[in-house]
Ligand binder design. Sequence first.
Ligand code: SAH
Ligand code: SF4
Length: 472
Amino acid sequence: MENIPAVSPEEIRKQREYTEKIKVILSVKYPDSAPKAYVHTYGCQGNVSDSERIKGQLFEMGYRFTENREEADLVLFNTCAVREHAQDRVFGNVGALKPIKNTKKDMIIALCGCMMQQKHVWERIKRSYPYVNLVFGTFAIHRVPELLYKVLRSGKRVFETEETKGEIVEGLPVYRDRDFKMWLPIMYGCNNFCSYCVVPYVRGRERSRQPDEVLKEARELISLGAKEITLLGQNVNSYGKNSSHGMNFPKLLKAVNDLPGDFKIRFMTSHPKDCTKELLDTMASCEKVSRHLHLPFQSGNDRVLREMNRGYTRQQYIELINYAKSVMPDISVTSDIIVGFPGETYEEFLDTLSLIEEVKFTSLFTFIFSPREGTKAKNMPDPVSYQQKSEWFSELLKLQESIAAERCRSMVGNTYEVLVEGFTKEDDGRLTGRTDGNINIDFEGDPSLIGTFAKVKVTKALNWILSGELSQ
Ligand code: SAH
Ligand code: SF4
């Protein structure tokens, strides 16, 4: 039987009532111009998507957004707990707010997201950062109006960090940061408990949105002008498991593909243990699905993969990639890797390098193992020093750089369709576009091309940076 825990429409209505009350409070408090909110998001696209829903609620209350935290009346950090480094940055940035708050007493400081779902973190905030007014975890994003109302009315600090069973929230307003590349969450939480990972502890159990809700939002995005829709979930391949509607991820992908419109579809993240030939065949047959597969393998060594609790072997991973390449010869594959998992030896690390050489990934997201509170790997013996792991890490980067450079060289002379995303980071007036395989090409062009598809011929490869020119 289907049992998808959903937030009731009454609860959402109750939150809307709080929104109305806040509107009145804010209009009295800020009679001359709308109050400003600064929202900063750390971590993955799941967090970016949550922030869009939080911003939607803030917008309805009357807040408008600023990029300058000094002029903000409300500062909100949506935090990430996946690695120590991300966590330290949040603590550093919260610390940096103290002098601003000292000169602006009514500024509200709020923290939310994965870090706030960890007891040792919110206890530290409670103890050592008394100027933080509001803390809420990942299970409470639909209750922002109620929580903020409490802060505004009482002036007291509010902490809402309870772990619930995790629900699906529909019907929240969304303030989208981008108008042609858009996020579409299809599921929340994770059941995989990879031994290094904190996500299942801070995001709750896996739960999929109903297919009609996903498709409704997809239609909405298309009508708003989406040129690229990215379907989001920690493991999109387990979409629909335990549901009676019979829609698994490949079928959902096909249903989105079949919606009319001129747009591309991406998805992340796919877990190799649940990645099926059905998915790869579906990708191959769907013209709107980009030829890009992000399939994290984490380690190329079977013993390490077992210790990580990943549920597949090196061989199974390679077979999947070979199958993907056989049905989509132009597929571009990217991955995530952890270097220095507890107990990993140099010989085992070399298996990761050999897998990289074998598959020839387009790009890699590489991380040095970071011990996370509450996970199994945190208590595993970890004899290799950080210094040593950093050296392995550099070795891996060097290998990947040469593979990427080789790939880029092979693209010179070819023409690709790109989605023009904006100006380059160099601020030189040039534009940058992303190919179907998720590779950036910089080129000269009119800014009116931003948000459209254009054909670009690659003229030069400088290591892994591609330059090109518009072609007819
Ligand atoms: N659900 C996705 C990944 C989410 S976290 C998946 O399974 O692929 C994103 C990446 O962060 C992971 O793929 C992993 O490579 C990295 N990561 C997660 N926990 C980590 C840790 N404790 N230390 C280092 N890297 C970690
Ligand atoms: Fe973390 Fe593994 Fe779940 Fe990904 S699949 S979020 S790495 S536990």
